[in-house]
Design a protein around this ligand. Structure first.
Ligand SMILES: [Zn+2]
Length: 371
């Protein structure tokens, strides 16, 4: 470990070991405070961003994969919220399972940014409940969260050309896979469209979030929301990997690959119907619909009951309009005011495409059952 707390586990050439002087002259080394990774090489780094109560370094894992060929520098980050795990697996598989021998550009892979939260399996930085994802771009001499954010941002975010930050729903809820992106920014919109999710929610995001601050600093960035905290959800991870591959194709990092079209897509912007339906009664929730389902106006989304299941006390919650369930409660208990379901309206075309997809899925699962 060097003085600044960084520690390179070992440089692993991804080339066949040939000379790099000629064709690779245009690709540059990736440099950060305390080290460099040359074209055609990759490195696993443990980089110090803070210190524990015992005075030991708090180090984040970083994998830099620098391709032989010139191209954009792309960051992939996860676990800014320490208990949001799906993205960790996405970033690890891109960094370590994919073949990058022909990579054009550089990948900066940050699978676990909030190490203290990850160790405690909590969303926030313990113990003052500070949100790392409201602390970017960070500042020296400021709070512990901002100091950590500053180390991450200056070394591994600012040098990049684009970025993808992976999240899940908050503990106790789940999200269908979707992108959040400032669609008014052309490069962010290109990134969002290339990710090939069905749903994109527009907006610049709260200040202090990695995607907003990186975008403002000239590094167009999207957030990917997928599933729930505390789990690896294989189907969602696979779909996110398809999205990453599609982005790397769109921006020329893997020029032989192609951009993936998700079949249907809807952009939820300021003009779209959307609402977080909240509980008006405390109780135990019987949820009738899951994430990604289409519900019709007047359908019962869930009912809220008391411990005695007394008929007269059951509260039915109906869909105020026909739409898609983007996020939904998983932990079936609520106080009045707690969110139950994130419902977004769809255009008639999108509704037709979604219904067709659901019909196909149902018939495929019937076929599987028959086999
Ligand atoms: Zn999050």
């Amino acid at each position: 470990m060097s003085d600044d707390g960084s520690d390179v586990d070992g440089a692993m050439p991804v080339t066949d070991g040939g000379t790099t002087a000629d064709a690779d002259a245009l690709e540059e080394a990736f440099t950060y405070d305390g080290g460099r990774v040359d074209p055609g090489e990759s490195a696993n780094i443990r980089y110090g961003i803070s210190e524990t109560y015992l005075g030991d370094p708090v180090r984040i894992p970083v994998t830099i994969v620098n391709g032989k060929h010139p191209g954009p520098t792309v960051f992939l980050s996860a676990a800014a919220h320490g208990d949001e795990l799906n993205g960790i697996e996405v970033v690890r598989e891109v960094a370590h399972d994919w073949d990058h021998a022909e990579l054009h550009g550089t990948l900066v892979c940050l699978p676990v940014m909030n190490v203290p939260g990850f160790l405690a399996q909590e969303r926030y930085l313990p113990i003052y409940d500070r949100d790392l994802n409201r602390s970017f771009p960070g500042r020296e001499g400021s709070t512990s969260a901002r100091r950590m954010a500053h180390r991450i941002f200056t070394n591994f975010i600012e040098p990049c050309d684009l970025g993808i930050d992976f999240h899940t729903s908050t503990r106790g809820r789940t999200n269908m896979l979707h992108v959040r992106a400032n669609m008014d920014n052309g490069q962010v919109a290109r990134l969002a469209n290339a990710f090939s999710s069905n749903v994109i929610i527009g907006g610049e995001g709260p200040s202090g979030t990695l995607r907003r601050e990186a975008t403002d600093a000239g590094v167009p960035t999207i957030t990917v929301e997928m599933g729930e905290a505390h789990r690896f959800q294989r189907r969602l991870i696979d779909r996110a990997l398809t999205g990453v591959a599609s982005i790397l194709a769109e921006f020329g990092c893997h020029p032989d690959s192609s951009v993936h079209w998700p079949g249907w897509r809807t952009l939820i912007d300021d003009s779209s119907k959307k609402t977080w339906i909240r509980a008006d009664a405390g109780g135990i929730v019987d949820m009738k619909h899951g994430r990604g389902e289409l519900v019709r106006e007047g359908d019962v989304i869930c009912s809220i009951t008391n411990p005695f299941k007394e008929e007269e006390d059951i509260v039915s919650v109906e869909a105020p309009f026909t739409g898609l369930v983007v996020g939904v409660l998983e932990n079936p208990v609520v106080y009045p005011g707690n969110p139950l379901c994130h419902l977004v309206g769809l255009s008639p075309d999108t509704q037709v495409a979604l219904e067709r997809e659901h019909t196909e899925e149902r018939s495929q699962s019937k076929l599987r059952q028959q086999e």
